[in-house]
Every structure is written in structure tokens, then in C-alpha cells.
Design a protein around this ligand. Structure first.
Ligand code: NDP
Length: 286
């Protein structure tokens, strides 16, 4: 608690993260590009810094800005002040941008940890919130109590790009799942079923299906798609779904994606092998 923590960026996310740090009793310095956003936090005990230079004179500097460019724009001018200090950047970046910021930090003697926030502001510090980290293991270990204020802290390794990579991979799963839900909702809509009614059924079904991810992964990691007891690719034809969707007069794009991944494996002669083999279609683009 004697750690002096500085929060740069008091937007929707940064302000909630800063509030958790103040609440936990840390000496907290806050800074935001546009003045005024620090007022509420100052009233709760934070010190509102008048400049970035003043703000980075802390033991740990947390950046929760907009994108990679805003991080560099904010920190480049004060790089000598940051040298020898610790920077934890939870601003969303691509894996390569995270690696670039890590290289910039290393070049200036700044200990760097990159973070990817898997939560919306209302979830910070609540169950279900997790923040993914990569970069300096020493920073992760040393500041674990601080990081744990925001949610479950997960560390992936010293390649600073890993947290972002994992973050984007998880979002891929989320978006495709959401699109699948939308497709189902569009299918039943002409039958007079509201999206809300469909969501009730779909939530239970999709939640039950997540139980099979580990089994699919075991087949993939085992590397043997001929293993017994698995649903085959030929058995996994989505023709009925495509036909019923077309009959409802809706687009089949979402389902076509999956159907194509299956078909490419069947065409390559693997129809009797297990469904998880569609990952080979993804790993080897045409
Ligand atoms: P907001 O748009 O609410 O806030 C953005 C913050 O970045 C503001 O403090 C803004 O300052 C600052 N900023 C933008 N550009 C610059 C710049 N060039 N120089 C200095 N400061 C700048 O975004 P959030 O707080 O919601 O998001 C912050 C980060 O957290 C983003 O990277 C976002 O992707 C990530 N995130 C957000 C989630 C969410 O649900 N909100 C979920 C997961 C990640 P100013 O007030 O002056 O404009």
C-alpha cells in the first residue's frame, strides 16, 4: 500500500480502475488529457496531477488510454522521467503494437507489463472480470495485489504481445458465437418468435455446449482425428440448416462459413474423421 500508483487516462474504463485503486488505500495520482475528469477521483482521495510529467513520478504507472498511438503520444515526451520506473499498459493494442511499446520501454529502461482487459467497466473488481497480462514476469509478481483489485489476473509469458493475442482470440470466439445466435434469431423471427424468447433457449443451449470445448480440444491436441467415438465430418453436414434458413428467406452467410470449413476437409478425403478437424481448414487457408 506504500506503492505510489499513477493512473493515466480517466475514460469509462480508467476512471473505474482508478477508483478501485483509491478504494484499496493506495496513494493514487490521476491524470487525464482533458481536465475535469479527475475531479471526482480527487474528491475520493487521489492527487490530480497537473501534467503527465508530474503524473509519471510514481512507482507504478498504469496507462488506460485509447490506442497504441495515444500511449506513445502521451509517454514519449516524458520518457526520461519514466526511465527506471514501471509501466503497466492496459490500453487495447494489437500484439505487434504491444511488442513495439515493449521494445520502446526496454530501450529506455522501463519495466513493462502489457494488459488486455476482458471486462466492461461495470465488471471491474467483480466476479467474471479478468485481465490478461504478458511482458515482465517480475512486474506481474511484484504488483499482483494491485492487479487483483480489477479482476482475475492471468499471466501468459514474457512476449508482450501474448496478452493481446489471447484477448483477440477470445473475442473471435465471442463474435462468431454472437453471430450464430443472431442467425438463429433471424431463422425463427418469421415464425413470430421474438429475439428475447429465442435468447432464453439459446443461452441455456450455448452454455451447455461450452462443456464440449475441452473434448474438442483434446482431439485437436491429441493430433489424431481418426480417434473413435467422435462425430464425423460427413455426419456434421449443415445442409438442413442452410436449406431451412433459405426457406425462411434469410441469409445463409453465417452457416456457410462453417459448412465451407467442413466441406474442404471432406473434399480432401477426411469425411470419416472427427469434426474438430475443421481447425485444419482454418490453419491452412486456401
Ligand atoms: P474512453 O473513450 O472512455 O476513454 C479514452 C481515454 O483515452 C480518455 O481518458 C481520453 O482522454 C484518452 N485519450 C484518447 N486519446 C488520447 C491521446 N491522444 N492522448 C491522451 N489521452 C488520450 O475509453 P475507455 O476508458 O472505455 O477505454 C480505455 C481503454 O480500455 C481502450 O483501449 C479500450 O479499448 C480498453 N477497454 C475498454 C473496455 C470498455 O468496455 N470500456 C473493455 C475492454 C478494454 P480525453 O478524456 O482527453 O479524451
Amino acid at each position: 500500500k506504500n506503492t505510489r500508483v499513477s493512473m493515466l487516462g480517466l475514460g469509462a474504463m480508467g476512471s473505474v480502475m482508478a477508483a478501485a485503486v483509491i478504494e484499496a488505500g493506495y496513494q493514487t495520482v490521476v491524470w487525464n488529457r482533458t481536465p475535469g475528469k479527475a475531479d471526482g477521483l480527487a474528491a475520493r482521495g487521489a492527487v490530480a496531477a497537473g501534467s503527465v510529467r508530474e503524473a509519471v513520478a510514481a512507482d507504478v504507472v498504469i496507462a488506460c488510454l485509447y490506442d497504441a498511438a495515444s500511449v506513445r503520444e502521451t509517454l514519449d515526451p516524458v520518457v526520461e522521467e519514466l526511465s527506471g520506473r514501471t509501466l503497466i499498459n492496459v490500453t487495447t493494442t494489437s500484439p505487434d503494437q504491444a511488442r513495439e511499446i515493449a521494445a520502446w520501454a526496454a530501450g529506455h529502461g522501463i519495466a513493462y507489463l502489457d494488459g488486455g482487459i476482458m471486462a466492461v467497466p461495470a465488471m471491474i473488481g467483480q466476479p467474471g472480470s479478468s485481465i490478461l497480462y504478458s511482458g515482465s514476469a517480475a512486474v506481474f509478481e511484484q504488483h499482483r495485489p494491485l492487479l487483483d483489485l480489477w479482476g482475475e489476473s492471468v499471466y501468459f509469458g514474457d512476449d508482450a504481445g501474448l496478452a493481446s493475442l489471447y484477448d483477440l482470440a477470445l473475442l473471435s470466439g465471442m463474435y462468431v458465437m454472437f453471430a450464430g445466435f443472431m442467425h438463429g434469431a433471424a431463422m425463427v423471427a418469421p415464425a413470430g418468435v421474438s429475439a428475447g424468447a429465442f435468447a432464453e433457449r439459446a443461452s441455456a443451449w450455448i452454455a451447455a455446449m461450452t462443456g464440449s470445448l475441452g473434448g474438442l480440444a483434446a482431439v485437436i491436441d491429441g493430433g489424431d482425428y481418426t480417434i473413435a467415438g467422435q462425430q464425423s465430418l460427413e455426419f456434421s453436414s449443415l445442409d438442413d440448416i442452410v436449406a431451412a434458413s433459405a426457406a425462411q428467406g434469410i441469409s445463409t452467410e453465417v452457416i456457410d462459413v462453417v459448412q465451407n470449413l467442413i466441406q474442404r476437409q471432406i473434399d480432401a478425403g477426411h469425411g470419416e474423421e472427427a469434426f474438430p478437424r475443421i481447425i485444419e481448414s482454418i490453419k491452412h487457408p486456401v
